[in-house]
Design a protein around this ligand. Structure first.
Ligand SMILES: [Fe+2]
Ligand SMILES: [Fe+2]
Length: 225
């Protein structure tokens, strides 16, 4: 009961502090330009014209979100093992970019009421274990994992770019811009892995193939569930 009262008071206070009227008054007082408070009128995807387009776009966004979520968990696993090593800051740098990718897809999913994949709990655990497991093989293991995963994600984004370009590049201009930007980041991560001795891991090719097989399966099911 007491908690409910506090919650009510807190809500009331924040609403009061951040009410549009208060902010406008504050802007006028400090001669600052008022910030556009209304939510954006558009998202990166246009309002779907029919059920088929809605299903296609939702499936694309769902799998992209799942991929970025998985990537975040992989880097979290790598950091749990190698965070305090020399390679830690580099892994952190890539993870930070993945956090931005995921935040963007979280925003897009919410804006467009797209349901995330039902398999998020699985990618949570599997991603972390993959990251930590390969990092236990040392820096080269972590980098081999990065090369494999980032190559798969880049190829996945490239196939989406091709599909959207064939469909209607003008209609999907914003989404294409976003996916291309993220694809470039993933390719950079892939190159970073190669530059940091991924290929010198014994069994590199076998490990890479196994991880990429897993990525293909993850993409397949995340588009559907
Ligand atoms: Fe990413
Ligand atoms: Fe990446």
């Amino acid at each position: 009961m007491q908690r409910a009262v506090f919650a009510h008071i807190a809500l009331h206070d924040w609403t009061h502090v951040f009410s549009p009227l208060r902010i406008r008054q504050c802007c006028l007082k400090h001669r600052a330009l008022p910030v556009q408070l209304s939510s954006r009128a558009y998202s990166v995807i246009p309002p779907p014209r029919d059920e088929a387009e809605k299903a296609l776009l939702h499936s694309m966004l769902r799998v992209d979100h799942a991929g970025e979520y998985g990537a975040n968990r992989i880097y979290a696993g790598q950091m749990a093992v190698l965070g305090r090593s020399q390679i830690g800051p580099l892994i952190q740098e890539m993870w930070d970019q993945e956090k931005k990718h995921l935040a963007k897809f979280n925003e897009i999913l919410a804006e467009n009421r797209v349901r995330p994949t039902l398999l998020l709990p699985l990618w949570n655990v599997a991603g972390f274990l993959l990251g930590a497991g390969t990092a236990l093989l040392g820096k080269e293991g972590a980098m081999a994992c990065t090369v494999a995963v980032e190559e798969s994600i880049s190829e996945h984004y490239n196939s989406q770019i091709r599909a959207l370009m064939e469909e209607d590049p003008d209609r999907y201009v914003e989404l294409l811009k976003l996916i291309k930007e993220f694809r470039d980041d993933e390719m950079e991560h892939h190159d970073t892995g190669l530059e940091h001795d991924a290929e010198s891991l014994p069994g590199y090719k076998l490990l890479k193939s196994a991880i990429q097989l897993g990525c293909t399966a993850a993409i397949f099911v995340s588009q559907r569930l």
